[in-house]
Design a protein around this ligand. Structure first.
Ligand SMILES: *[C@@H]1O[C@H](CO)[C@@H](O)[C@H](O)[C@H]1NC(C)=O
Ligand SMILES: *[C@@H]1O[C@H](CO)[C@@H](O)[C@H](O)[C@H]1NC(C)=O
Ligand SMILES: *[C@@H]1O[C@H](CO)[C@@H](O)[C@H](O)[C@H]1NC(C)=O
Ligand SMILES: *[C@@H]1O[C@H](CO)[C@@H](O)[C@H](O)[C@H]1NC(C)=O
Ligand SMILES: [Cu+2]
Length: 355
């Protein structure tokens, strides 16, 4: 029924990845359900976008050391380019900051390469992602004493993620000299210099701080992600479980990944994209959504939930596929419907899968 042999499919999704990380349970599920995408595309052709010619998004440690350095060099390049949002956010000094500005402005409404959480969950500080060498995303912060991360509304002992061994400025790797300009708004750390504006969009230069935290990473192992994908059959529950059910003491893989980085701005709900590691975490969120979609494409490529305000406060109408993306200077304004499929979305401009 499928045009590709299982051998070709195995090659396509890189099941025999070189390197020290065997497939985890979520990787195996993605591999096992990729034929559903093939079948869907056979029935619903997406112009010139096919599985064979789709772009492959790769896991951090499956990139070569050179490719990883090309990635961080590109991020540093964005930090050298002038901002487009400085009229709205005087603190935005670079093209990189534009992404932070738009996230800050969009937080009440929403909340290349990715980071497969499971690979590094047991020892994130010594992982290829955060070991601080030149082909990492930079190292941990220097030691800083603080009480850990409060999780409001959670019962003990889940109301506090114990602090790790960092929390201070990052001193190793490609981002050791980077300047954080925007925020803080809701920092996980105490003692961060306040922003000159109450909306956090003023200029507030400071170092990048992290507390790479295995206490938080512990809820991002593959068994959590596998449960999330396989036990939630509608997007409302998928999203709710992913984002955490704090009253039940469940942090969720979304918070788990954010607080694995922690610090400033990584641990700040609004300003977190100001830490370059944010983007790899959110690409994994997207991959997990994609694997969830793969389980039932005809339904899940058109399924959105939640209202237009965070936690439905203040109460608002349900979001729909006709809502606009609203990414300001970052991207043309399109309907959410256009962004639902990695294969053929945005009028065919999206044509990628995760391997
Ligand atoms: C950085 O660490 C990774 C993962 O341990 C390793 O593969 C790589 O060779 C190291 N690179 C350098 C320049 O030390
Ligand atoms: C960081 O800044 C110092 C001092 O300005 C400079 O010597 C060093 O090369 C910079 N490092 C990186 C990785 O940019
Ligand atoms: C995942 O595995 C860990 C370690 O075995 C266990 O403590 C945890 O309860 C498991 N989580 C889920 C959701 O199964
Ligand atoms: C909004 O979505 C919820 C949950 O899916 C549903 O129960 C409710 O009826 C929807 N409200 C409206 C006004 O459509
Ligand atoms: Cu997030």
């Amino acid at each position: 029924m499928f045009g590709l042999s299982s051998w070709t499919l195995a090659l396509l999704i890189g099941s025999s990845v070189a390197g020290p990380y065997p497939q985890d349970a979520v990787d195996k599920l993605a591999e096992a359900t990729l034929p559903k995408l093939k079948e869907y595309l056979a029935k619903n052709p997406q112009g010139s976008c096919t599985l064979e010619n789709s772009v492959r998004r790769k896991e951090w440690s499956d990139l070569s050391a050179t490719q990883r350095q090309e990635y961080t060099a590109a991020v540093l390049c964005l930090m050298e380019k002038p901002a487009l949002t400085s009229s709205q956010a005087p603190g935005a000094k670079s093209r990189f900051d534009d992404y932070v500005t738009i996230h800050i402005l969009q937080t009440p409404r929403n909340h290349g390469s990715y980071w497969n959480w499971d690979r590094y969950a047991k020892d994130p500080i010594n992982s290829p992602l955060f070991n601080g060498n030149e082909s990492s995303m930079g190292g941990n912060g220097a030691k800083f004493s603080y009480q850990g991360i409060q999780i409001p509304g959670a019962p003990r002992p889940y109301n506090l993620i114990p602090a790790g061994v960092g929390g201070g400025c990052v001193t190793t790797g490609p981002f050791k000299n980077m300047t954080v300009n925007l925020g803080p708004i809701a920092s996980a750390l105490t003692g961060i210099k306040a922003n000159p504006r109450s909306d956090g969009l003023g200029y507030n230069p400071r170092c990048l701080r992290r507390d790479i935290n295995k206490n938080s990473a512990a809820v991002t192992t593959a068994n959590y992600t596998l449960d999330l994908i396989t036990k939630n059959n509608n997007v409302y529950w998928f999203q709710t479980v992913m984002e955490g059910q704090f009253q039940q003491g469940k942090w969720g893989v979304h918070s788990g990944g954010h607080y694995t980085v922690g610090g400033d701005p990584g641990g700040d709900f609004y300003v977190s994209p100001g830490d370059p590691a944010f983007w790899l975490h959110h690409a994994m969120i997207d991959r997990v959504w994609w694997i969830w979609q793969l389980q039932d494409l005809s339904k899940r490529l058109a399924e959105v939930s939640m209202t237009r305000t965070m936690g439905n406060f203040p109460p608002s109408a349900n979001g729909t596929l006709d809502d606009m993306s609203g990414l300001g200077v970052l991207a043309p304004d399109v309907k959410v419907r256009e962004l639902m499929s990695t294969m053929g979305g945005l009028g065919g401009k999206f044509c990628y899968i995760y391997e």
